[in-house]
Ligand binder design. Structure first.
Ligand code: AMP
Length: 221
């Protein structure tokens, strides 16, 4: 099963994708995570990408697409994958189509996690991320047991540089400008399903698992 999770920043794509990857035993590919890893390691790509990321702007397509191509070389994608944060532009959607075609792979469906602006700002401005394992927490919605310490690996929690209210607003705007074309692209292929992600994460997860098992049966979602 190969699918894409769409949604504005704060829709819960990352949290849902991690759970789904475990549940379905498939790879979770997050271009945001890959870019942050590169930035933390100080690779050439990371250095180029960091300025864009800190401003909440998109990293140029060719950089992200090349990085994704390298990720697709790893054997775990053969089992299936969830794409989180890619494609973000029509150009990326077309590049993804070509990349998958060259590997005789396909996208089974795309899920759009529709989320209101107020919910996005509340979620992201309170988000805390573990420096070590990448787990997400939230100051009020999902606080860690010990202040600023990860429940899973005892790593230190931090606020992402782009999770400041002004940058969040910019990211929402960037998302809205780019998303409609990409969503229309998958809609035209009859592959797009829209779910409300303002609901509790557990409910959204159940709906996504159902969709992954019955991708052609959207009425019950
Ligand atoms: P995310 O973790 O998905 O919210 O991504 C964080 C940041 O990484 C974004 O604001 C962009 O700067 C960059 N980024 C992630 N994925 C992409 C992509 N597919 N295309 C361009 N930039 C991206």
């Amino acid at each position: 099963m190969n699918f894409i999770l769409f949604g504005p920043p704060g829709a819960g794509k990352g949290t849902q994708a991690k759970e789904l990857a475990k549940e379905l035993n498939i790879a979770h590919i997050s271009t945001g995570d890959l870019l942050r890893q590169n930035a933390a390691l100080g690779t050439l790509l990371g250095k180029e990408a960091k300025g864009y990321m800190d401003r909440g702007a998109l990293v140029p397509d060719e950089l992200v697409t090349k990085m994704l191509g390298e990720r697709f070389e790893k054997p775990d994608v053969k089992n299936g994958f969830i794409l989180d944060g890619y494609p973000r532009t029509l150009n990326q959607a077309k590049s993804l189509g070509e990349l998958l075609k060259s590997k005789t792979m396909n996208i089974d469906f795309a899920a759009y996690l529709d989320t209101s602006d107020a919910v996005i700002i509340q979620r992201l401005s309170g988000r805390l991320v573990c420096k070590k394992c990448g787990s997400n927490f939230h100051i009020t919605n999902m606080p860690p047991k010990t202040v600023n310490i990860c429940d899973h690996c005892q790593g230190e929690l931090y606020q992402r540089g782009d999770d400041k209210v002004e940058t969040i607003k910019k990211r929402i705007e960037v998302y809205k400008n780019e998303a409609s074309e990409v969503l229309n692209y998958y809609e035209a292929q009859n592959k797009l399903h829209t779910l409300s992600a303002d609901k509790e994460a557990k409910i959204v997860l159940k709906q996504l698992i159902y969709l992954a098992i019955h991708p052609h049966d959207p009425l019950k979602v």
